[in-house]
Design a protein around this ligand. Structure first.
Ligand SMILES: Cc1cc2nc3c(=O)[nH]c(=O)nc-3n(C[C@H](O)[C@H](O)[C@H](O)COP(=O)(O)OP(=O)(O)OC[C@H]3O[C@@H](n4cnc5c(N)ncnc54)[C@H](O)[C@@H]3O)c2cc1C
Length: 643
């Protein structure tokens, strides 16, 4: 029998407790175990990753490396700087590896990469062993139980998992591991990307990237890189990665068993991030520092112990984990999940700012400047936390600084940017979250953006989060605002959510003049909300999805823009005119001029179309119970009360 020599390829499973793939590697009883991380140039340059997420990843890698060394002083996480697609084959040959073992990554990106690496390994005569460990259930099996379709409600998900075998109990961390074999690596290729791709993270770098100057680190010790090697300044997030830190956080949360048993997501405060409000486990799940199955078992055991008065699905903690499963299974079965164009589950809405694609369907980068200057301005001010709505600004600044905000805070800012007020495409918001979130995830991020923008999963578009009342309900004194918008820290509580209404004498006393030290609101929020509701109504009535030919050839956009223009003509005489309305009125003028049959003819046919659309949407709204009812299947981590 040839000796068993295993290369364990770590990716989004930076842990040793309850890792089915680590167990599979050890079950092979290898004489040598090489725990490897490939520091992929694609991640460094082509993915949209901000400094906080890089820091969290480096923390997690260092923690795994230290844990491996504790289990065997000769072991560590062997970090090699290069693409797994090219590098792994050389490692397999040099180290005479018999088995390549890794945890499955079922995302669209992961599937393609893993298939290419597996094929390369097989061609080198190496056996490939994979296990599911990033999700509770095998995503592919869930989709198969759903007839190959994406799971669009948590109820559907539960029906599918009911047909799957029961979850296995978590696997304890190993007590020891074999050492690696010889580590000499006379690698002769240059793994530094010769033609470096567009650097999407250039904006965060303050120095040159030096991480690829060597294969095995500046001291040839396979060390975990540093932020300096990535050309990045120190991170600002207070959250540190790693299995030890993640398990500590989970235990701290679980120490209050009653709170665990009674947890109801919609009743947690978007302004709080300490237990028992929320677990803050998402970045640890994202990087696999904590096993989702271990987390699930831990809370299920507590719930079983305190059955009386415990909360139920979908609002309890297991329910939250099932939302994650739902998005994973939805992503698996949906082409173009992270964009509108070509996405069969995503409703088409004619957002004022949307992504532009070339004839082959590729995103146009750099992005052309939109001709809707107002929408561009809304987007920029949203991103910078300068909208003039302190609740929104506090959350956006918290997101940028800390890399994490509460789920219901994400609801607030996502609703505000998209269907609630700015009418900017969710694709633009997704990109900002992608850059800033430490827990960014290819399934949960697009999935939740589609939910919040009422593009998929959730459809009650007439339920809009107030940028004033919602925060006030949870944080009357405005502590979150005082912390993240220091300009307002001395503002009287009575006016902190609407500082523009504060008497000038009090503004002076608080040391902050609105319009000078802190912006005035960028629009009349009520008028904007009405404007967006009308546009959502039209899009819902048209009822197209991202893969419809009318979306792909641009005619859906024209049709909805015409309908919007007609609405403005209809309402111009009665509605308060915000800047945005003026802009729409000019769109209406353009339409009238283009119509050929003269202004009045065009606008009346358009108005008729709008009337039909509007009536259909009203019917849909009354069928679903109007603005007060919320389909419980859609709820679960929605704030069900006052929005
Ligand atoms: C616009 C938007 C974008 C989001 N992007 C991401 C993302 O990129 N990555 C990410 O992990 N979560 C994302 N979420 C979901 C959610 O906000 C975070 O998972 C949550 O804030 C994590 O906090 P927690 O760990 O304290 O959650 P808890 O309430 O303690 O829940 C426990 C775990 O359940 C999972 N979970 C809970 N709610 C959701 C949900 N709605 N979707 C998916 N998983 C959920 C998370 O893994 C979470 O750690 C997004 C939500 C919104 C509204």
């Amino acid at each position: 029998m040839p000796p068993v020599r295993v290369l364990y390829w770590f990716r989004t499973d930076l842990r040793l407790t309850d890792s089915p793939a680590v167990k599979a590697a050890l079950d092979l009883a290898p004489s040598a175990l090489y725990p490897v991380w490939c520091w992929d140039p694609e991640y460094v340059y082509s993915h949209n990753v901000g400094v906080n997420r890089f820091q969290f990843l480096l923390d997690s890698m260092n923690d795994t490396s230290a844990a491996l060394t504790r289990l065997n002083p000769k072991s560590q996480l062997f970090v090699i700087r290069g693409s797994p697609r090219t590098l792994l084959k050389d490692l397999l040959l040099k180290w005479e590896i018999s088995h390549l073992v890794f945890e499955e990554d079922k995302s669209a990106y992961g599937r393609v990469r893993d298939a290419s690496v597996s094929a390369t390994a097989a061609s080198a005569g190496v056996k490939v062993v994979t296990r599911t460990g990033h999700t509770l259930w095998d995503t592919e099996a869930i989709v198969a139980k759903n007839g190959g379709h994406p799971t669009l409600t948590s109820e559907t998900l539960m029906k599918c998992v009911d047909k799957l075998p029961n979850l296995e109990p978590p696997i304890p961390a190993p007590n020891s591991i074999p050492p690696p074999g010889p580590l000499d690596l006379a690698l002769d290729r240059n793994y530094h990307p010769v033609s470096r791709p567009v650097d999407r993270n250039a904006r965060d770098r303050t120095a040159e990237v030096t991480v690829y100057d060597t294969f095995t680190g500046p001291h040839a010790d396979f060390a975990v890189p540093t932020l300096e090697e990535l050309g990045m300044p120190p991170a600002t997030t207070p959250y540190r990665g790693g299995e030890a830190e993640g398990l500590k956080r989970l235990e701290a949360f679980c120490s209050n068993e009653i709170a665990v048993a009674k947890f109801e997501k919609p009743k947690t405060s978007p302004a709080a991030f300490l237990p028992p409000q929320t677990t803050l486990m998402s970045p640890y799940l994202k990087f696999g520092c904590v096993s989702v199955r271990y987390f699930h078992k831990r809370v299920q055991d507590i719930i079983a112990k305190h059955k009386r008065g415990s909360s139920g699905l979908p609002v309890n903690l297991p329910g939250q984990l099932y939302f994650r499963e739902m998005y994973y299974a939805a992503e698996f079965a949906t082409p173009c999940f992270d964009r509108i164009r070509g996405n069969p589950i995503c409703r088409y809405i004619n957002w004022s700012l949307e992504n532009v694609y070339d004839a082959d369907g590729a995103l146009v980068v750099p992005r052309p400047v939109s001709d809707d200057a107002e929408a561009e301005m809304y987007f920029e001010r949203w991103k910078e936390g300068r909208t003039g709505f302190p609740w929104i600004d506090a959350l956006m600044r918290q997101l940028k600084h800390d890399g994490w905000i509460h789920h219901l805070g994400r609801h607030s800012v996502a609703c505000f940017l998209t269907r609630g007020h700015c009418f900017v495409s969710w694709e633009r918001g997704l990109e900002v979250f992608d850059q800033w979130l430490i827990d960014w995830d290819p399934c949960s991020n697009p999935g939740n953006w589609m939910w919040l923008s009422c593009s998929a999963f959730f459809h009650s578009y007439f339920r809009v989060y107030s940028p004033i009342a919602f925060g006030k309900k949870w944080d009357k004194h405005g502590d979150l605002i005082r912390q993240y918008v220091p300009e307002l820290k001395n503002f009287p509580a009575a006016h902190i959510y609407e500082p523009w209404k504060c008497p000038i004498a009090d503004q002076r006393k608080a040391g902050c003049i609105i319009g000078k030290n802190y912006p005035k609101p960028m629009f009349d929020e009520k008028a904007r909300k009405e404007h967006c509701l009308e546009r959502m109504k039209a899009a819902f009535a048209l009822g197209l999805k991202g893969d419809d030919t009318k979306v792909l050839d641009g005619s859906a956009r024209r049709e909805l823009d015409e309908a919007d223009a007609a609405t403005v003509i209809k309402s111009a005489a009665t509605s308060p005119v915000s800047g945005a309305k003026r802009k729409q009125a000019s769109v209406a003028d353009m339409f009238a001029a283009k119509g050929g049959g003269g202004g009045s003819g065009s606008s009346s046919s358009s108005a008729e179309k709008m009337q039909k659309i509007s009536a259909a949407a009203d019917q849909a709204k009354s069928r679903s119970g109007g603005s007060r009812a919320l389909d419980t299947k859609e709820g679960g981590n929605e704030a069900l009360g006052d929005m």
